[in-house]
Design a protein around this ligand. Structure first.
Ligand code: GTB
Length: 216
């Protein structure tokens, strides 16, 4: 059954693949699963029809037959469990990869999102500049550990998996800050992810949405 996902009709990142539909697109490309995309506006996301798919009124969603999913972690895990290519077959290795998926979303992503939110929503506050080093330090605490753990390895735990896919998309959110540059092995890890043909196809597809919209 060919799944349908939702994505921003007009992504604020101007097609740089930072919105979270990118993870789902990339996962689908990795496993060779064709899919459809339904574009939604910010207003549509908050309407009952979309909230029936996503209680929080966000993108992406995932529809496949009778199944409706939200939350990128759940969607990527679903894709990885149903189709070969994104999780090891060995039970322990699979459990470890899933642990790293949670680590990407629960441990590494939150301080990055906090910094983004501060830059977007708190720039006019008198205390904003004072708070920034604190937020950046919280990210570095996580990246120090991640960098040491990755060392010279290509991927987080053996072969490329859904854990690497999620971690790369999380670290890409630091694009534009100099934080990631302080960790050459993590920058190289992100570059390895971005060089994968499946990533490139997913990136091109989401960029095409922005390009078409800007042509009018
Ligand atoms: N935990 C959820 C998940 O992982 O699926 C979070 C989903 C989420 O945050 N969705 C965002 C959304 O729908 C889009 S990805 N926001 C609209 C709303 O809440 O009303 C977050 C995002 C948006 C834009 C950029 N950007 O432009 O760079 C980057 C990331």
């Amino acid at each position: 059954m060919r799944p349908t996902i939702t994505a921003f009709e007009a992504s604020p990142d101007r097609g740089q693949g930072l919105a979270r539909d990118m993870r789902v697109r990339w996962a689908l490309e990795e496993v060779g699963q064709p899919y459809d995309v339904r574009l939604v506006s910010f207003a549509e996301m908050k309407q009952p029809a979309h909230r029936a798919l996503h209680p929080f009124g966000q993108i992406p969603t995932y529809e496949e037959g009778d199944l409706v999913l939200f939350e990128t972690g759940a969607i990527v895990l679903h894709i990885a469990e149903r189709r070969a290519g994104l999780l090891p077959t060995d039970a322990n290795a699979r459990a470890r990869a899933i642990a790293w998926m949670f680590a990407a979303l629960n441990t590494v992503e939150p301080p990055i999102v906090e910094l983004e939110a501060a830059s977007l929503l708190e720039e006019d506050k008198s205390w904003h500049r004072e708070r920034l080093p604190l937020l950046e330090q919280r990210i570095r605490v996580r990246l120090d550990v991640l960098s040491t753990r990755l060392g010279n390895s290509e991927w987080l735990d053996g072969a490329f998996s859904a854990a690497d896919l999620l971690m790369v998309t999380v670290l890409r959110r630091l694009t534009g800050s100099d934080i990631l540059e302080g960790y050459p092995n993590l920058s190289a890890f992100v570059a390895r992810g971005e060089a994968r043909p499946a990533y490139q196809r997913a990136f091109a597809d989401q960029l095409a949405v922005f390009t078409a919209a800007s042509r009018g």
